[in-house]
Design a protein. Structure first.
Length: 242
């Protein structure tokens, strides 16, 4: 198995101009089961840079990624926060403050991006190393982490994203990635702005139902051990090639 070497890890902070919610954003009944049901949602993007015109150095690409991620977090500030257990009420919520940030991992590998993307059956043992690890077994837990990996001496790049499934589904994660891509390209056309207004979600018995589901499926909070062992593939994940 090809090694993936982590060479740096830092945090991209929420911009000072952002206004995170002063109170934790409570999970509703549709989200609460994912605290322990397959909580890991991952996506890896593979970029073939061989023969590409005017590809900037990897360090420059990293700066673009970091600065555009910070800009994107101004609209997606909760993704920089943590999933927390609200002991007094029994709820689980997303807490984000000005000091929070998204973990940004930088790595390198000698693997060939074309091999990774063209295999009939993807080399899962390598792909799993191209997304960042996030410990979701106990709250508080990070909501989001990203990893940029230089492949084959700069002939390719992988961008891996890990998000807590209780906070975002596949469509929501992709909306975030598209907004990040828009900012990275320097485009002025804003992507759709997300809303975190929980009053818009109308469910029978509301918070009470969410707490019941947490007591049933996550009875040992703040421990959030998954009911299911990690499967031998990217957990609830997908892979895209460019």
């Amino acid at each position: 198995m090809t090694a993936v070497r982590v060479i740096d890890a830092s945090y991209v902070a929420v911009p000072a101009t952002a206004t995170p919610s002063p109170e934790p954003i409570k999970l509703n009944a549709m989200e609460a089961p994912w605290v322990t049901f397959f909580p890991v949602l991952q996506h890896v993007l593979l970029f073939d840079l061989a023969g590409a015109d005017h590809t900037p150095p990897f360090d420059t690409v990293l700066e673009f990624l970091r600065s555009s991620l910070a800009a994107t977090l101004s609209s997606f500030a909760p993704l920089a926060g943590k999933l927390v257990h609200l002991k007094d009420t029994g709820d689980v919520g997303i807490s984000c403050s000005a000091g929070d940030g998204v973990r940004f991992v930088v790595a390198e590998s000698d693997d060939d991006v074309r091999r990774l993307s063209s295999d009939e059956e993807h080399d899962v043992s390598v792909l799993r190393l191209l997304v960042p690890e996030v410990d979701m077994s106990q709250l508080p837990a990070r909501v989001l982490a990203v990893q940029a990996t230089r492949l084959d001496g700069g002939m390719g790049m992988a961008l891996g994203v890990t998000v807590h499934h209780a906070v975002a589904d596949g469509r929501s994660l992709w909306a975030f990635v598209e907004a990040w891509a828009t900012a990275c390209r320097g485009e002025t056309t804003a992507a759709a702005t997300p809303t975190f207004d929980r009053s818009l979600v109308k469910l029978p018995r509301g918070d009470e139902l969410a707490r019941e589901l947490l007591r049933k499926f996550a009875p040992n909070l703040p421990l959030a051990i998954s009911f299911f062992p990690r499967r031998n593939h990217l957990a609830s994940a997908s892979c895209s090639y460019y």
